[in-house]
Design a protein around this ligand. Structure first.
Ligand code: SF4
Length: 365
């Protein structure tokens, strides 16, 4: 069995560590690119979500390199994420690709024994303690990678020489693919973190702060978002993103499996506007926008793929949040036809607006 898995931002680093630890053979698909998107568009229904189309592209590219089984996480409704696994399986079957699927899921009411038996499917009977250790290491790596990414958000906004952070981070993304084993991966993350901390910075500046909210795939995946984090960072803006891979692993997988209380601060904040989970990350979008505004952020960028139902609902609520909390919100909707130039112009205009607001607030004091 040769496994593969679709991309979701930096999630491949944690998945790679898990499979290394379990001694499973795998192929990482090429990073998200135009070709993957074209293959996905060609093989998927027109109105499927953009992330599903790219997933299909990833899987077919990995299949062509020799992968025969897809490892995928299950999802719950009410949006289309709940059907991803089955849809992808059927799309690939109809297109003539002979590829199996293994779904790692954490449905309600699952016992620890059942959860680990799902993992046993890919491990050829490795003992349960080794699996538990691999899961622990994988979770730690997902957290470390997110912390590293957060550090790039900070350093980009204050670096003295534009491009230094991008250069360190680009090297990291290329090199990490070649490093095997959880301990070596952790060591390399720590070395990169040190390199980032050593970047020369401008002192005494107070960068604009922008919170990124929206559908998980488009907020996390740099190809799909046209490098939203880095673009804002290179305009001197410090960004933050509450929805991360590690947050998803801990809050949506592990805490469910171990029946631990979840961190639902965002749901509490969103309650006056959206009191129920409607699928995807709509409640997080509303709740995190409110919490960013309470923390003094200058603006919010919401990003989501065209036809994403939960985020369409969130978008219709955000003007009320904008009004009640006095924080500007920019919404970016992405599909395969989105032009980069128009996207960038909107982003630049939004940053100009935020700078102007700050200047006006300072002159009013
Ligand atoms: S959150 Fe949006 S993009 Fe993701 S599966 Fe649901 S509808 Fe599709």
């Amino acid at each position: 069995m040769k496994l593969t898995f679709p991309h979701l931002g930096n999630a491949y680093i944690a998945v790679k560590a898990l499979l290394d630890e379990l001694g499973v053979d795998y192929i990482i698909p090429p990073f998200n690119n135009k070709k993957a998107l074209e293959i996905g568009i060609k093989n998927s229904p027109e109105f499927a979500c953009l992330p599903l189309k790219i997933n299909i592209g990833n899987i077919i590219q990995a299949y062509r390199e020799g992968a025969d089984t897809v490892l995928i996480t299950g999802g719950c409704g009410p949006c289309r994420f709940g059907y991803y696994c089955e849809m992808e399986r059927e799309i690939l079957q109809d297109a003539g690709y002979d590829i199996g699927f293994i779904t790692i899921d954490a449905p309600r009411g699952i016992s620890l024994k059942e959860y680990f038996s799902q993992l046993l499917k890919i491990t050829n009977g490795i003992n349960i303690y080794k699996i538990a250790k691999a899961v622990k290491n994988t979770t730690e790596i997902a957290i470390l990678v997110d912390q590293l990414e957060k550090l790039t958000f900070k350093m980009r906004s204050i670096e003295a020489c534009r491009g230094d952070t991008d250069s360190v981070y680009r090297d990291f993304q290329q090199e990490i693919r070649l490093i095997n084993g959880a301990q070596s991966i952790k060591k390399y993350i720590s070395q990169t973190s040190q390199k980032l901390t050593n970047i020369r910075c401008n002192t005494g500046i107070k960068p604009l702060k922008v919170g990124i909210v929206g559908e998980i795939y488009t907020t996390i995946d740099s190809y799909t978002s046209f490098n939203l984090d880095a673009r804002l960072g290179n305009m001197g803006v410090e960004v933050d993103r509450s929805v991360t891979v590690s947050n998803w692993v801990v809050e949506h997988m592990l805490k469910k499996v171990f029946h631990l209380p979840r961190d639902l601060k965002y749901a509490e904040a969103a309650k006056p506007y959206l009191g129920a989970m409607i699928g995807g990350h709509a409640q997080e979008t509303i709740g995190n926008s409110i919490m960013y505004s309470q923390k003094g952020y200058d603006g919010i960028v919401q990003i989501y793929p065209l036809t994403c139902m939960p985020e369409i609902v969130a978008q219709s609520i955000l003007p009320a949040v904008e009004n009640d909390y006095g924080i500007p919100v920019l919404t970016l909707i992405i599909d395969e036809m989105t032009g980069e130039a128009g996207y960038l112009t909107r982003l630049e205009a939004f940053v100009d607006l935020l700078n102007k607001r700050r200047e006006m607030a300072a002159s009013d004091r």
